[in-house]
Ligand binder design. Sequence first.
Ligand SMILES: Cc1cc2nc3c(=O)[nH]c(=O)nc-3n(C[C@H](O)[C@H](O)[C@H](O)COP(=O)(O)OP(=O)(O)OC[C@H]3O[C@@H](n4cnc5c(N)ncnc54)[C@H](O)[C@@H]3O)c2cc1C
Length: 456
Amino acid sequence: MAGMGTTSFPLPAARALRLHGDLILPGEAGYDDARKVWNGAIDKRPAMIAFCADPQDVMRVVEFARSHNALVAVRSGGHNVAGLSVCDGGIVIDLSRMKRVEVDPTRRLVRAEAGLNLGEFDRATQACGLATTMGVNSDTGIAGLTLGGGFGKLGRKFGLTCDNLVAADVVTAEGRLLKVSAAEHPDLFWGLSGGGGNFGIVTAFEYRLHPVGPELLVASALHRYDDAREAMRFYDEFARHAPDEVSADAALVTLPSGDRFFSISACFVGSHRDGERVLSPLARLGSPVEAGLAAVPYLQIQANGDSLFPRGRRYYWKAQFLHEIASPAIDALLDAYARAPNTSSLLVFQHVGGAIARVPISDAAYAHRSASFDCFPIAIWDDPADDEANTAWARELWNAASPYSTGAVYANNLGDEGEGRVRDAYGENYARLIALKNKYDPTNFFRLNQNIRPMP
Ligand SMILES: Cc1cc2nc3c(=O)[nH]c(=O)nc-3n(C[C@H](O)[C@H](O)[C@H](O)COP(=O)(O)OP(=O)(O)OC[C@H]3O[C@@H](n4cnc5c(N)ncnc54)[C@H](O)[C@@H]3O)c2cc1C
């Protein structure tokens, strides 16, 4: 689109927008905070940041951006690792202040505005003894997470976050507000279930809820690096054959002492009695330095990862799916992880499959249902001088696992890795997604995302 990358807007025109929310321009108080996202390695300077208060604000800013031919970034939780929710010289449409949430415990439904983060969402639904699949970090936005798919502790039992989506309110590239569901604009509803931010700006989501908690049984174990090979083999077998109630995530981690470990944390979404029977082999395995089986509040489980991923540190990751953690992969990963340039960095295995795998691929835009694990190194550091060492290490680890991967990648864990990888993320639904993009966003107005380019 000609003119993309506009670097400034006339102040009177911007002010004439008369948003119910706030507008922040370069040089104004708060601009430097307002342009920050979760990843401290991202440093972009938009020409305008619009903190929208309601769908009308979103529609006004979309209209304004179109009339100025401006580049647009859409931000909710700000967690995209590659910083796609902020831009240089364009407009950030920020929904993080739109946080209304209404739970209907009788119908087991929730309507949630797009600015909620996972912690806020989980607290509202758990107040009624209900929940739906959400990710593992309280600070992540429900919006980006849902639109890319949505993995979490409840996913193997109840499906992806997007599998629990019932309806959404969407502002299109033309600036129209649509109610979208399986009954209204069903093609767009299909695209929102894994096609990311390509088709419009979601201002509110409606999800199906399930009775959960207030406590779930959790098994955890920390194995020495010398024992990690055996523990990883066991973990692979256990996780791949576990019932849907089990969600077993694991990671190679380093303690501040510099000692490395293999850590497993599995929860059971069902009765404590069944959970004890199913999870106890994990807690009894080998000679862990720590192991336990305990009932833990669901809200605490959901916040367990928070201390690992504070806002503002520098992050880089590179993900891929695995059907299994084959023995040669274990050897290669242990070897590569040991070269981590700092003690903060991790190699994560997020457990998928179960109910996720039983949804036909054509039912939603999300395509990679047969994988057992999402596997990704997470480099975490603070000094820009260490950028190269950290990104090189994460890539090295990714390369070590890639001969054993399915070849696919989770769109929500994709950084800025090029068009080929975007195709890998949408898999066999890619052609249908292009047709949908042609229909709803033929000028590629929404392009700062894992972009599906319209094709004539
Ligand atoms: C610490 C951490 C933990 C994570 N854990 C999990 C996890 O457990 N499970 C999981 O599935 N994922 C997880 N993720 C990945 C996460 O799902 C993605 O980063 C997701 O994009 C975050 O959503 P957001 O709203 O915070 O992101 P943002 O950076 O605000 O948005 C990301 C992209 O989503 C689109 N978007 C955002 N808001 C809207 C909207 N309202 N309408 C239309 N498009 C929009 C835009 O294209 C934008 O570029 C995690 C990420 C981090 C950083």
